[in-house]
Design a protein around this ligand. Structure first.
Ligand SMILES: Cc1ncc(COP(=O)(O)OP(=O)(O)O)c(N)n1
Ligand SMILES: Cc1nc(C(=O)O)sc1CCOP(=O)(O)O
Ligand SMILES: [Mg+2]
Length: 225
């Protein structure tokens, strides 16, 4: 494991994911606003209709990375390991359709490695192959990811906890300030969101409400155990 898991849990609290296709406003402004609202980690996910490729993608990545650096928010790259290495990102997130975690771990050394898992077998394999955290979803219906798996609600997070899987985990898919609390209630470490922040009238206010929801429920969990 590349980062200490206590630190990873803190970083996952409010994980904002975004690319140019997710924003109606300027992506740099959206990111600055989200940071003001309290996001704890950022993933550059340049996917979807009309997304940037090549040099344009590289330039956007660098601009967003520099905003994250100014604000001490770690910068994770989705899928594109070569881009992550080229710009010296803080980590990468991969899914089951991407390169195997064991191969990616070798390529990225000590950088943060996040892996999507949808069942216990995938989760255990990701852990064995060096994942720092697991992305679990879709928790709720989402229209952001066209090839998302079936909505799973909280069932898989509960299954992981019942199996004593203690790697840091973050929920994803359809999450808003209104429905975030039950995810933390199942002892996930945080929530990752795209639309709830990137499409909000005020990404700052939306991020602040999400952070508050996660923080309040997290404190309840701490006091209960
Ligand atoms: C935090 C987090 N969790 C899950 C995903 C989804 O990854 P993946 O299944 O590889 O799908 P794409 O995002 O690549 O379409 C994620 N990106 N981040
Ligand atoms: C990128 C992604 N991965 C998912 C998964 O289930 O693995 S759901 C998803 C989209 C999340 O976007 P929104 O917050 O707009 O629903
Ligand atoms: Mg992927």
């Amino acid at each position: 494991m590349a980062v200490k898991s206590a630190k990873m849990r803190e970083l996952l609290r409010l994980y904002f994911i975004m690319g140019s296709a997710n924003c109606s406003d300027n992506p740099e402004e959206v990111l600055r606003s989200a940071i003001k609202g309290g996001i704890t980690l950022f993933q550059f996910r340049e996917k979807g209709k009309g997304c940037f490729q090549g040099e344009e993608k590289l330039h956007l990545a660098k601009r967003l990375q520099s905003i994250c650096r100014e604000n001490h928010i770690p910068f994770i790259v989705n899928d594109d390991i070569e881009l992550a290495l080229e710009i010296d990102a803080d980590g990468v997130h991969i899914g089951q359709e991407d390169e195997p975690a064991s191969v990616v771990r070798k390529k990225i050394g000590n950088k943060i490695l996040g892996v999507s898992a949808h069942n216990l077998g995938e989760a255990k394999k990701a852990i064995d192959e060096g994942a720092d955290y697991l992305g679990i979803g879709p928790i709720y219906p989402t229209s952001t990811k066209e090839d998302a798996k079936a909505v799973q609600g909280l069932s898989f997070i509960r299954e992981l906890k019942n199996a004593n899987i203690n790697i840091p985990i973050v929920g994803i898919g359809g999450i808003t300030a209104e429905n975030a609390a039950p995810i933390i209630g199942t002892r996930a470490d945080g929530v990752s969101v795209i639309t709830a922040i990137s499409q909000a009238d005020s990404p700052e206010a939306s991020a602040r409400m999400l952070y508050k929801a996660v923080h309040i429920e997290g404190n309840k969990q701490k006091n209960a155990h």
